[in-house]
Design a protein around this ligand. Structure first.
Ligand code: ADP
Ligand code: MG
Length: 323
């Protein structure tokens, strides 16, 4: 493109909240044939809310399994009676989880802590807090080790998560992120956070499809949750990569780009930075972290997935008028 055309494109972009890092990026974006969205904070609002607390009936990992069926889940916080050692109530599950998570800045953790506070539950200060990236957290709460996280976190610590399978799958099928809570060698229960899909996400996916751009989703979240969200926005389940560890996101992107595909990766988080750098065009969205913006070629000032389509259209010259 001529310098004048580049200037026009850059300026149209800026007026639309689409910032191109240089003329070559503006040139490249029109050739994008694949868009890879991060799920959390990109297709979804990234504002988690605690939605479920499900106590299990005191399953000991070392117990040989006298009782193996999950409680079913709607036990109310007890009004007065002290729980026996084998009866775990919602408050017990939530206090343990939120106390441990108060050491974390993860959006999942913040929702759990806020949820506990809203329910008037006093938290214990966690000791020896440890973040286990992509899996959860570990901390000492009231002199006992508490784990909050996914199945893998439990298995890696010798706790069998299988008693919770039915409840986990039910919550995940609703598109929620379900987490297991263990104290000592006991699985106390489950908690779930829900996120909301962004209003324009579905429209953005449809508009990309309309341009013959293939649309993928990549996430650290589990498969069932990811597929529920994908279905909601119109992404094919075969184009979803779930359970991707932060350090593996850029490998996953290389994989998608195999055979010469030109992918635009759209993400907001610290975890997304390597994948943004690996993509043909890396795009940081909205209130993205500084790290993401630094690694990106394009920054979308608003939190709107439709601006992904705009970026491509500005690049190919079909968006000449400013709306
Ligand atoms: P995302 O790609 O959605 O940002 P992460 O890679 O941060 O996901 O985390 C992947 C999974 O690990 C989460 O879906 C959750 O099951 C678990 N996890 C991560 N951080 C936490 C946490 N602080 N508390 C509980 N579970 C967590
Ligand atoms: Mg994320």
């Amino acid at each position: 493109a001529t310098p004048a055309a580049t200037m026009v494109g850059t300026s149209i972009g800026a007026k639309n909240g689409v910032l191109f890092k240089g003329g070559d990026v503006l040139e490249r974006a029109k050739d994008v044939d694949t868009v890879v969205f991060d799920k959390t904070g990109t297709l979804t609002e990234g504002e988690m809310e605690l939605t479920n607390v499900v106590p299990l009936d005191g399953h000991h990992a070392t117990d040989g399994g006298s009782e193996t069926v999950a409680d079913g889940g709607t036990q109310a916080v007890s009004g007065g009676a002290e729980p026996t050692t084998d009866t775990i109530d919602e408050e017990t599950v939530l206090r343990a989880a939120a106390s441990a998570e108060s050491g974390s800045e993860h959006p999942l953790a913040q929702a759990i802590v806020e949820g506990a506070e809203e329910r008037g539950i006093d938290l214990d200060a966690p000791e020896n807090f440890e973040n286990v990236p992509g899996h959860g957290v570990r901390a000492t709460v009231d002199d006992e080790e508490v784990l909050v996280g996914n199945r893998k976190l439990m298995r890696d610590n010798g706790i069998d998560p299988s008693v919770a399978t039915e409840e986990l799958e039910r919550l995940e099928g609703e598109g929620k992120t379900a987490m297991l809570v263990a104290r000592g060698d006991t699985l106390l229960g489950l908690i779930a956070d829900a996120d909301t899909v962004k209003e324009s996400a579905k429209e953005a996916v449809a508009a990309l499809r309309e341009r013959d751009v293939s649309v993928h989703m990549i996430t650290g979240d589990n498969e069932r949750t990811a597929e529920a969200v994908a279905e909601e926005v119109g992404i094919d389940p075969t184009s979803v990569r779930a359970g991707v560890l932060p350090e593996d996101k850029s490998d996953a992107l290389n994989d998608i780009q195999q055979g010469g595909r030109k992918a635009m990766m759209v993400g907001d988080g610290v975890n997304d930075a390597p994948a943004l750098a690996t993509a043909y065009v890396g795009t940081a969205i909205g209130s993205g972290t500084d790290v993401a913006i630094e690694a990106a070629d394009v920054t979308l000032m608003r939190d709107d997935p439709l601006d992904v389509v705009k970026a491509i259209r500005i690049s190919d010259g079909t968006l000449q008028k400013i709306k």
